[in-house]
Design a protein around this ligand. Structure first.
Ligand code: GAL
Length: 845
């Protein structure tokens, strides 16, 4: 038995070790691209100039990039870092950008040394994203810039680097003249990498894998590799490529294919490209249900010596679009998608993998199969994780082209940068099987401009012809009438599906594949319910899921539209998660007027509402659109989507809660979301009768005349005549105790891994008290520390870093991590006056 085990693990080990042209790879592959890569995330020094968090200004001294600058007094930190998320929230700042002081100038400096053994190599720095107008210096010399804060970019450090001595990398970020219509964050908010290569190496994002002629068992792999020669003489490079299976831990499995070696004659300071083709047998397709991946490992050799090694993860899958829908591997897949902005709630824009994994888990559990990266290039890890988890991605480039929606929008960059930005996005992401649509824009001002649309589509197509290109229209009629949308493979419609019947009847448009790039925009606050006609009160919005701005609609209405037009490719709900900024309808900002560019009466109505808001100064700082709140707690709507998107999952969900002291004898409407087709409601044992859903018409069951008496509401749902699912809500006792649960039992002692601890206020019998809004205190001792707290309340001005946090409708969140390099245990304690406190232990490894 033991021998078998040893042999088994040895085999696994050997598989994990094989790489490239047969030499060994010992670790899971960390990152696509060049293999010789070092993280530059740790040990930066940071200082803020220009606009400060409190609104004052500190003059920016000249020469902050010089080597001799004394930065010993600057803040010590690691990136990803968002310097605005510490706030404070300020009423004088725009709700649209989260009332957070994101405008300012950041200086970051880091000292690093490269080994003498690396003498003669080339050195690049890869920034996954810097907000915004990044300028970079090495050892006092200017290296380069990349203004668009959402894109990834590489700069060449080779001319300035000193080998075997300390190097000073200085980065200036500037968000003083940068705006998004949401919270953008500020600073070096994604990962940074030092990349080392020989003088002859694969170009940045220089490999492209395309799978062609797919059969049930085989696929022709078409692989191109671009190689650069930085020598002052011609070079003969040999490119060797092997393809391996890639497991979910990013370890290489068995080699499944070896391309013939390719020889490239490269002129001095020139480049070349090899093009290879070979059939992959026994091919395992990438699909949303089985996200199989492969890895192409390339080595470049000159005179028999390896000068570069490059990883290209990919998946083999077939996609197509037609009037009949979106097809993945020949099967129609309805897009059940959400739009998400890039912020991670209490963590701000600073990228974190644990937070992203949590978001994806919550979305997939709901039945979501696709994400639109509204409205900008996402962190590279979004695509990597989507590849692993089987999520389809609409990869979006811009929210503005040459005309801005804000004063300091992308319009300032468009002319000089749009080609570079769009190319960077496509080249970075073209090997991801998860990316199934490119989007060149969202509600851009020039959506009727045929030439611009064609021009941007052409840029994409010149690089990648395998994916459909779309654009999100809030004026689909204008886009269609002008002919601009004809340049697209897929017509992207934001909110206007009620006109679909007319478009379908029109010869010109009826065969155009169409998708809801944005839908619904339903508004709600978790756990808040208003009766009667009241939908909004005290800057909160009812969770009966009936409210939406003028351009939006309830999820139910959208489902009915989708049902009526089954040829639509599907929808991207605005939004999966609440996000920082844009607290419509309480944002006292007129950006949304842009939605009604063509409808003067709606504009006038909205202008009036906004004038009123301007006067009353709403305190809201984050959105109400999310199906899930900012802290990651599902709102009721989550179960409405789940009931519709996962019809085979037996589930039922009752709303509202049943703690209505003082409303005895009054009517409290009860709504039920279920994947069943009918259901019976009982209140304290008394039946309120069965209700049946009419297919395509009803998506919730409503009992409008339930009279409140404390006790228990129970629903029994049926499907095809058989009992299917149940749910029950009970009137609880008073808040007595705190209950804690963490999303993981252990974390690694490094910054990247976080644990999310849910704090629930319960009564004496352990039932969640759904109305409990009570002050709490979080303490983390031992090997861990507190990163942030939240509760999902869009009007809370408590800083996210605060250990003091109110529960909001029974829940709060504490985000914790292990201390850097520590191993042992951390204790998370949460206490509150009059409550039995609770503690929980998490292992730090
Ligand atoms: C859309 C816009 C989104 C968001 C949304 C709110 O028109 O594209 O970015 O603003 O409205 O409903």
């Amino acid at each position: 038995m033991k021998v078998i085990q040893i042999l088994g693990s040895l085999a696994a080990l050997l598989l994990c070790f094989a790489c490239g042209d047969g030499t060994l790879q010992q670790e899971p592959v960390r990152r696509s691209g060049q293999a010789d890569v070092v993280s530059l995330d740790d040990d930066w020094r940071f200082i803020r100039y220009g606009l400060q968090a409190d609104g004052t200004r500190v003059e920016e001294p000249a020469g902050m990039f010089e080597t001799g600058v004394d930065d010993s007094g600057w803040e010590k930190l690691d990136v990803p870092h968002d310097f605005a998320i510490t706030g404070p929230f300020r009423m004088d700042l725009s709700g649209n950008t989260g009332r957070l002081p994101y405008q300012g100038i950041g200086w970051y400096r880091k000292t690093f040394t490269v080994d003498k053994a690396d003498q003669g190599k080339r050195f690049y720095v890869d920034f996954d994203g810097v907000m915004a107008y990044a300028k970079v210096w090495l050892n006092g010399e200017y290296v380069g810039t990349w203004p668009y804060g959402y894109n990834s970019f590489r700069l060449d450090l080779t001319p300035f680097i000193k080998v075997g001595e300390p190097n000073v990398l200085a980065v200036r970020t500037d968000t003083e003249k940068w705006e998004s219509r949401w919270y953008p964050g500020a600073g070096i908010y994604r990962h940074v990498w030092l990349v080392k290569t020989g003088q002859v190496h694969v170009k940045h994002w220089g490999t492209k894998m395309e799978a062609e002629n797919l059969t049930a068992r085989t696929a022709d792999l078409h692989f191109t590799v671009e190689v650069e020669n930085h020598l002052d003489e011609a070079a003969k490079a040999v490119v060797k490529t092997s393809v391996y299976e890639l497991d979910s831990l990013d370890c290489l499995g068995k080699r499944v294919l070896r391309f013939d070696d390719q020889t490239l004659e490269l002129p001095s300071q020139g480049s070349g490209k090899v093009d290879m083709q070979k059939t992959l047998d026994d091919c395992k397709r990438w699909d949303i249900e089985s996200p199989n991946r492969y890895m192409a490992c390339v080595t470049v050799q000159v005179d028999g010596k390896e000068t570069d090694r490059y990883y290209t993860p990919f998946g083999v899958r077939e996609i197509s679009v037609s009037r009949e829908g979106f097809f993945l591997n020949g099967r129609r897949v309805e897009i059940k998608g959400v739009c998400n902005h890039h912020d991670l709630g209490a963590l701000g824009a600073a990228f974190n993998m644990s937070a992203l994994e949590r978001q994806f888990r919550i979305m997939q559990e709901m039945g979501c199969n696709s994400i639109r990266t509204s409205h900008n290039p996402p962190a590279p890890e979004v695509l990597e994780l989507a590849d692993k988890k089987g999520i389809l991605i609409m990869d979006e480039a811009f929210d503005a082209w040459a005309s801005g929606k804000r004063e300091w929008d992308y319009n300032k960059l468009y002319e000089e940068w749009h080609r570079k930005d769009l190319e960077a996005l496509v080249r970075r992401d073209w090997n991801h099987p998860s990316v199934v649509f490119w989007s060149i824009g969202n509600e851009v001002m020039e959506q009727q401009n045929v030439e611009m649309t064609k021009h941007l589509v052409d840029i994409v197509k010149s690089l990648d012809k395998t994916r459909p290109v779309t654009n999100g229209y809030n004026d689909p009629n204008g886009g269609r009438a002008s002919g601009a949308s004809m340049a697209l493979d897929v017509m992207g419609v934001n909110y206007f599906f009620y006109e679909q019947a007319r478009w379908d009847a029109d010869e010109r448009y009826k065969n155009k594949p169409t998708i809801g790039t944005e839908t619904s925009s339903c508004l709600s606050t978790r756990g808040v319910y208003f009766m009667g006609d009241t939908l909004r009160k005290d800057y909160q919005i009812t969770s009966y899921d009936k409210d939406a701005p003028g351009w939006g609609c309830t999820p139910d209405r959208q489902f009915a539209t989708n049902f009526q037009f089954p040829h639509l490719l599907g929808e991207y709900v605005w939004t999966g998660f609440d996000y920082l900024g844009e607290p419509t309808p309480f944002n006292s900002d007129n950006t949304n007027l842009l939605n009604f560019r063509t409808d003067p009466s709606k504009r006038a109505e909205l202008e009036k509402q906004l004038a009123e808001l301007e006067r009353t100064q709403p305190p809201s700082r984050s959105s109400y659109f999310g199906i899930v709140d900012l802290a990651g707690f599902p709102k009721d709507r989550y179960y409405l989507y789940q009931s519709h998107w996962r019809p085979d999952l037996p589930m039922a969900h009752i709303l509202p809660h049943w703690n209505w002291e003082g409303r005895e004898g009054q009517i409290i409407p009860v709504h039920v979301y279920t994947s069943g087709t009918e259901a019976e409601l009982f209140v304290n044992g008394k039946s309120y009768g069965r209700k049946v859903k009419e297919a395509g018409k009803d998506f919730r069951l409503v009992w409008d005349s339930v009279v409140y008496q404390p006790g228990c509401v129970k629903v029994v749902a049926y499907k095809d005549g058989k009992q299917w699912a149940e749910d029950e809500v009970q009137t609880t006792g008073k808040a007595q105790k705190i209950r804690l649960s963490a999303d993981r039992a252990s974390v690694a002692g490094c910054e990247d891994e976080l644990a999310f601890v849910t704090v629930t206020i319960v009564d004496g019998s352990g039932r969640k008290v759904p109305t409990a809004c009570l002050p709490l205190k979080v303490e983390v001792t031992g090997c861990g520390e507190l990163v942030a707290t939240d509760n999902g309340d869009p009007t809370s001005f408590t800083p996210f870093q605060s250990a003091g946090r109110e529960s909001f409708n029974g829940l709060a969140l504490a985000i914790v991590r292990g201390k850097k390099g520590a191993a042992g245990k951390m204790q998370v304690q949460v206490s509150g006056a009059g409550l039995e406190s609770a503690s929980l232990e998490i292992e730090v490894k």
